[in-house]
Design a binder for this molecule. Structure first.
Ligand SMILES: [Zn+2]
Length: 454
């Protein structure tokens, strides 16, 4: 009995061992983790043309299928269907799939109104009778391919190179963002009259470094990204800027460079090299910071009448093209985007207009620096101060003391560097303290539109 049973037992044991080995090998093929789907931005409304970034990942067996479809009133329109081939017993297939989706609802034959955007992804798991784990995300979207309306209420608009302008316009209630574009610069408009919905005003500027014929358009965009444009009756006055040759002496470099040694990267060595780095790279870094500070603004005008011109003798003007020479060679160029005014040392520096302190700290070439927000995208900047007497968030009146003049940052003698910015673009400050310019270019715009200055 025992001698007969032994071979059977051995065969049984081998079968069991093989089954166990197969189970160990195949077990991961039954994994139960479904793929992960991300769609950015999260779609809420789909306009004429939409781009969405789709990313699908599956950490274990890998992807078998990704499908994107729009469903409206029971009808399905497939946007994308992608199958992933891999041998059945290969452990890992494709674990990641990224695709830029372009969806054009009109070309797909969809109507205006509600629809569902459905993303499905299946993996290669043996789960669900070999059908895999299914991930499904459904987004309720509104199909809207009709652009908003925009109508300009201003007549002739005069604009200087490096100068500012204002336009008043009316948009339909579906407009979510609106403003003016000048070349590559986009200026945001504001609904400045709470009791007059749809009426908006936008301050914009012609940056001093733009080409002569940069296109200028008013625009409005709805939630679905549909955009409408309107032309403006623009009259651009071209202006040539002063060219300044600045000779860098060793004593000037020795006076200024040590202030910035700790800011320069370690591969920038020697005072002359540090000076050149400050004049180009640090200037650029500081201007990026200023642009990000000026991206925030109150949605109403915080000031009245005209700007106050700070005291002092003008030392250099807006838009001056500066060419720096060292040991007989041109080594650096920069554009001066403000005015320099020199009075007695440690002069009190007044706020040019009422506003809110947006920034008050050390800022590279500008030294101790204050930036005020005057609302609707208009800011003023005060540089090289020896002391700061205000703090961010503080409301200031016109003429209120911000600090004392000085020579901090990239400055040799005590002076104020004063800049005005519109939508983050440096503009000629002189326009803003000229009452005639304010009357002809700001107040007239409101009057033409039959509106009060907000
Ligand atoms: Zn300056």
């Amino acid at each position: 009995m025992a001698s007969k049973a032994r071979p059977l037992m051995i065969i049984l044991a081998i079968i069991l061992l093989l089954a166990a080995a197969a189970a160990v090998f195949l077990w991961p093929f039954w994994e139960g983790r479904e793929p992960q789907i991300t769609l950015t931005p999260t779609p809420l409304a789909l306009g004429r043309e939409n781009t969405l970034d789709l990313k699908v990942t599956d950490q274990e067996r890998g992807l078998a299928l990704v499908k994107v479809a729009l469903i409206q009133q029971g009808r399905e329109k497939v946007v994308l269907q992608q199958e992933f081939a891999a041998p059945l017993l290969q452990r890992n297939g494709q674990t990641e799939f990224s695709q830029k989706l372009t969806i054009k609802p009109l070309e797909l034959g969809l109507a205006q109104g509600e629809a569902s955007l459905v993303v499905e992804a299946r993996d290669r798991s043996f789960n669900n009778f070999m059908h895999g784990n299914l991930a499904r995300r459904e987004f309720a979207v509104k199909i809207d391919t009709i652009p908003p309306r925009i109508g300009v209420l201003s007549r002739n608009i005069y604009l200087n190179r490096g100068g500012s302008a204002l336009v008043v316009y009316q948009v339909s209630p579906d407009a979510q963002e609106h403003g003016v574009s000048v070349g590559a610069h986009n200026f945001r408009g504001y609904f400045a009259w709470p009791d007059k919905p749809g009426f908006a005003a936008c301050y914009f500027a012609y940056a001093d470094d733009l080409e002569k014929d940069a296109p200028i358009k008013a625009w409005a965009k709805d939630q679905a990204g549909n955009q409408a444009q309107a032309s403006l009756n623009m009259h651009l006055r071209w202006k040539k800027y002063r060219q300044d040759k600045i000779t860098l002496s060793d004593s000037l470099i020795q006076a200024l460079a040590p202030r910035f040694m700790s800011l320069a990267p370690p591969d920038v060595k020697g005072e002359a090299q540090v000076f050149l780095w400050v004049n180009s790279k640090l200037r650029e870094i500081n201007h990026q910071k200023i642009a990000s500070v000026c991206a925030q603004s109150q949605p109403k005008e915080l000031w009245e009448k005209t700007f106050l011109r700070p005291m002092g003798k003008p030392m250099s003007g807006f838009g001056d093209r500066r060419f720096y020479y060292y040991q007989g060679k041109e080594v650096s160029t920069a554009v001066h985007r403000g005015v320099d005014l020199a009075d007695v040392a440690n002069s009190p520096i007044p706020a040019a207009a009422a506003g809110k302190v947006q920034f008050a700290e050390m800022l590279g070439i500008y030294g101790n620096c204050v930036i005020l927000d005057h609302g609707m995208g208009v800011h003023t900047l005060y540089g090289h101060l020896s002391s700061l007497e205000v703090h961010p968030g503080q409301d200031v009146k016109q003429g209120q003391r911000l600090g004392l003049s000085g020579a901090t940052g990239l400055a040799l003698g005590d002076h104020l560097h004063f800049s005005v910015l519109v939508g983050g673009v440096f503009v000629n400050p002189a326009e803003w303290w000229d009452p005639h310019w304010i009357t002809d270019n700001l107040e007239l715009r409101y009057k033409e539109a039959g509106l009060k200055r907000p």
